[in-house]
Design a protein around this ligand. Structure first.
Ligand code: ADP
Ligand code: MG
Length: 279
């Protein structure tokens, strides 16, 4: 096997990158895929959400960046997925990285030997467009862009697409934008549907799976060190992530799962109707 590598990126914080990474990864693992998730954010939220104390890790991704540990030696085996953990030391490593030749390619190079061991690798990017995120985009085959559907979301997406354009020209010609993941979706408001429709049409980006509804359960799950999907929770948002996982693995998504995600035909037509007409 050769893993397909997804970077989950949006330089805006709090849009659901980490939550999407973890729950899509868990959805794929549930379907039998061998999944590695890489925490590329010095805040270590992904690491923490899986039940690890980011400050007690030795070695972590930081050690790989400064050349102290090979990437495979940092991997932790969580029950759901394998993890390359990070902590705040990665912020210091980022500074070291800046002065290195080929700095954009470090993660790509380190991941190369691991690709045969996994079906899928997810890279959870930091809320910035700095050299760490460029490393994530350079190492990836595809980008998933989580967006919270609110006013001005499109400004962030526009800047991110500019950066992705640079990466495609300079370090990763074959990088593909897989599409948007609509997070913390409030299906009751017309506003969120309109914002999503505008994003899809404006940037001609596909929507991956159904929008992920808001649920307080997402905020609670890090405290038990498991993802909502991995814990078998059936709130609509978890069902949406299961549908996204199936779609990315090219598996059929049945109507039952779409309905469980709370994504109705009427909403779908309202959001995708016009966008689908454009070739
Ligand atoms: N569908 C959702 N419903 C409610 N809260 C969510 C949902 N998705 C994410 N959250 C919460 O929003 C916050 C930010 O999400 P997170 O995934 O950490 O974003 P990012 O990685 O982009 O900074 C977290 O507290 C998370 O638990
Ligand atoms: Mg995050």
């Amino acid at each position: 096997m050769t893993a397909r590598v997804y970077a989950v990126a949006n330089q805006k914080g709090g849009v659901g990158k980490t939550t999407s990474t973890l729950n899509i990864a868990a959805g794929m693992a549930e379907l039998g895929a061998a999944v590695l998730v890489v925490d590329l954010d010095p805040q270590g939220c992904l690491t923490f959400s899986l039940g690890y104390d980011p400050d007690e890790l030795e070695p972590s991704l930081n050690d790989t960046v400064v050349g102290r540990a090979a990437l495979p030696d940092t991997i932790l085996q969580h029950g759901e997925v394998d993890v390359v953990p990070s902590n705040i030391d990665l912020a210091g490593a980022e500074v070291t990285l800046l002065s290195r030749t080929g700095r954009e390619y470090l993660l790509r190079g380190e991941l190369a030997d691991l690709l045969d061991s996994y079906d899928v690798v997810f890279i959870d990017c930091a809320p910035s467009l700095g050299v760490l995120t460029i490393n994530g985009l350079t190492a990836a085959d595809e980008v998933l862009i989580p967006v919270q559907c609110e006013t001005l979301s499109h400004r962030g997406v526009s800047q991110l697409l500019d950066t992705i354009g640079d990466v495609k020209r300079l370090t990763n010609r074959t990088l593909n934008v897989r599409g948007l993941v609509a997070t913390m979706f409030d299906a009751r408001t017309r506003h969120s549907r309109e914002v999503l429709r505008d994003l899809i049409a404006r940037y001609d980006l596909p929507l991956v799976g159904p929008p992920v509804r808001k649920s307080i359960r997402f905020a609670e799950s890090p405290t038990v060190g498991a993802t909502l999907v991995g814990a078998g929770t059936n709130v609509p948002g978890a069902s949406a992530y299961r549908a996204i996982a199936r779609e990315l693995l090219d598996l059929p998504v049945d109507e039952e799962l779409t309905a469980a995600a709370g994504w109705t035909d009427e909403q779908r037509d309202e959001v995708l109707g016009v966008a689908e007409l454009t070739p």
